[in-house]
Design a protein around this ligand. Structure first.
Ligand code: PMP
Length: 293
């Protein structure tokens, strides 16, 4: 993935894709002192761009560092990256990390770097699998408690269990894995939030130790506008028996129906389809704003 044409915004400059490198003694590589964002541009416009750049800042603060670029500068850099990548429909990856000046756990003086890359990534799950509903196994790992890890941060270190779980799912013939949390509650998939449709209402876990997804919040807003009751609460595996529809949300995954979780099966239905359509319209709306709750 590193040997391709294109430009990456790195520390204030557009750098040729092949030259956007770090040193092997980078603190982030050894100690996971990195945070990131995944977002999408539709027709050259990044959906909820400022929200992603605000979350990047907050994620960094939760890891004890502050970004050397304001949200406004990052917004401009994001737009510059989209333009340099040809505009249109793109996936974007923002990364901020501690550099390589000092080696050791303590590295408070290490430079904080920021990079933004964009490329074409049409679908997180294959379109034909998506419409049938993807298949999830139970993840072998649980989301840690907020006292165990800074779980509100979109921190690289938290993705160790996501990669392990996703690889196991792929190797055993599933599309993804559904994680429980440290209490045994339903949490999230390895890169997307979880929603259940129970008797026409939308139920989703409270974001205590899961990522409070920007797509999650968009979909909750779209559901309320469509007159659907949205319930944020603790969800347990037994709640899966009461659900008629299940779907995942994420900037990459968008709204993805779930067809199976271990031995439970679901058919994507009216609520999932309504929210898939509403989300597809929202991301291409000129200046989509969440309704004030
Ligand atoms: N949970 C996890 C673990 C994720 O990686 C993502 C993707 N960023 C999400 C949820 C969804 O977040 P968002 O809607 O902000 O992309």
């Amino acid at each position: 993935f590193d040997a391709r044409d294109g430009l990456i915004w790195m520390d204030g400059e557009m750098v040729p894709w092949r030259d956007a490198k770090v040193h092997v003694l980078t603190h982030a590589l050894h100690y996971a002192s990195a945070v990131f964002e995944g977002s999408r541009a539709y027709g050259g416009r990044v959906f909820r761009m400022t929200d992603h750049n605000v979350r990047l800042h907050r994620s960094a603060e939760l890891l004890g560092f502050s970004l050397p670029y304001s949200v406004e500068t990052l917004d401009a850099a994001t737009q510059e990256t989209v333009a340099a990548s040809g505009g249109g429909d793109l996936y974007l990856r923002h990364l901020a990390w501690r550099g390589s000046e000092m080696m050791g756990v303590a590295a408070q003086k290490n430079r904080i770097h920021v990079a933004i890359a964009a490329w074409e990534w049409p679908s997180y799950f294959k379109p034909e699998e998506r419409m049938a509903g993807i298949r999830l196994m139970w993840a072998p790992w649980r989301r840690p408690a907020p006292e165990t890890a800074p779980s509100a941060s979109k921190a690289a270190g938290l993705y160790m269990i996501c990669t392990l779980s996703k690889h196991q799912a792929e190797n055993e013939g599933w599309h993804d894995a559904l994680m429980l949390d440290y209490k045994g509650r339903l949490a999230e998939a390895t890169g997307a939030n979880l929603f259940l449709v129970i008797d026409g209402e939308l139920h989703t876990p409270v974001p205590e130790c899961i990522l409070d997804g920007i797509t999650r919040r968009t979909v909750m807003d779209l559901a309320r506008r469509a007159g659907i009751t949205v319930v944020e609460r603790e969800l347990w595996p037994e709640d899966l028996d009461r659900a008629q529809e299940v779907f995942l949300t994420g900037s990459a995954a968008e709204v993805t129906p779930v067809g199976q979780i271990a031995d439970r099966r679901y058919t994507p239905g009216a609520v999932t389809r309504l929210l898939m359509d509403a989300y597809s319209a929202a991301v291409r709306a000129p200046a989509w704003e969440p309704a004030v709750a």
